[in-house]
Design a binder for this molecule. Structure first.
Ligand code: GLA
Length: 344
């Protein structure tokens, strides 16, 4: 660890399509966004102190102590868990600054864990960083998440969406055409995954896979052998969503507006009706956007249960209403690479 402070930055992500597919080894198409987390680590003796510009309280715990049961305040458990796996006995003052709204479905947790790991001097291959960050999140929050968020935050490139195969871990960088704008809008409904039905959705997919084998290779016909109607609907979402990811990645290359809009609409309907992870506030926002001039399509992004919507729009489109929103700067994915870890 260098003598001076080390600062690292990691972006958040928006998922264009492919939600609730990662934990069955399916496909997703996320992008880095230009909101993110900056973490500064300064080595000190014996104690770890963690502060955040967005969250209240200071966490203070012994550097070599056991953090498995969590630390107080709870939001610092992510940092404590990452630190325990990279620099178990190091004392440090950790300062977090974030432009990402927490609990909005834009991967504030993955952005924090990846930035923390880099600021702590993580050395290793990008996929090792993804695995470390996911393991830390699972252990600190108890949420059985997949690799979507950590992979997007670590691997996405500027101007491109990341076509991510969560089974083979093959990634393809898909250019986002310059005549398309990606906008993220917040429904205003915050959500916490650890208190959500997320683990039940993961369990339903496991139940489906016990009957039909891996959902990533299953066809809709295969699903007819699932008797439980709820499990069958969950599985249908996963199978159809994987195909929509392939289709959206291909359609981005042609830029065909109607096809892009239809795919986003089908994904939204599937998340709402088959997977049941939307919420009235999210549905209203999607409907208002879709009815608005210049909007090509919109859908819930991330885990759901509230949070944000992603929209593809014609450049310069003015969004309706007063929802908080952000235009995704195509250069977003480059920032981590250009200004990642700086010492001094
Ligand atoms: C959360 C999880 C991801 C993924 C998405 C839904 O963001 O952390 O692993 O499952 O929900 O696509």
């Amino acid at each position: 660890m260098p003598a001076g402070p080390v600062t690292a930055y990691a972006p958040g992500r928006v998922n264009l399509i492919g939600d609730h597919t990662d934990y069955t080894g399916g496909l997703a198409l996320p992008m880095a966004i230009d909101l993110g987390t900056t973490v500064t680590v300064e080595a000190q003796e014996d104690w770890v102190e963690v502060t955040s510009d967005q969250l209240d309280g200071t966490a203070r715990f012994a550097a070599a102590g056991d953090v498995e049961g969590g630390v107080t305040p709870g939001w610092a458990s992510l940092v404590a868990t990452v630190k325990a796996s990279i620099a178990p006995s190091m004392g440090a003052r950790v300062t977090i600054r974030s432009t990402l709204p927490v609990g909005a479905g834009l991967s504030s947790s993955a952005s924090l864990t990846v930035a923390t790991a880099m600021a702590l001097g993580f050395e290793g291959a990008p996929w090792d960083l993804v695995d470390l960050a996911r393991a830390a999140e699972q252990s600190a929050t108890g949420v059985p998440c997949g690799i979507l968020d950590q992979a997007a935050v670590t691997l996405a490139r500027a101007g491109h969406a990341l076509l991510l195969d969560c089974h083979s871990r093959r990634v393809t960088h898909v250019p986002v055409p310059p005549d398309l704008e990606v906008v993220v809008a917040h429904s205003g409904l915050p959500r916490s995954l650890s208190e959500s039905a997320y683990p039940h959705r993961v369990a339903a997919c496991r139940a489906a896979e016990e009957i039909v084998g891996p959902l990533r290779t299953a066809s809709l016909t295969d699903l007819s052998s699932i008797e439980d109607p709820v499990v069958a609907r969950r599985a249908r979402h996963v199978v159809t969503e994987n195909q929509r990811v392939r289709d959206l990645a291909a359609t981005l290359a042609t830029g065909e507006r109607r096809a892009l809009g239809d795919l986003l609409a089908e994904s939204q309907a599937s998340l709402r009706d088959d997977y049941e992870v939307s919420a009235p506030a999210v549905d209203s926002l999607v409907d208002a956007l879709r009815a608005s001039r210049g909007v090509i399509g919109a859908r819930l992004t991330g885990a759901g249960f509230g949070g944000c919507v992603v929209a593809l729009v014609e450049p310069g489109t003015k969004l309706p209403g007063s929802w908080r929103h952000w235009r995704v700067d195509p250069s977003a994915g480059a920032r981590r690479l250009a200004h990642g870890v700086t010492s001094g």
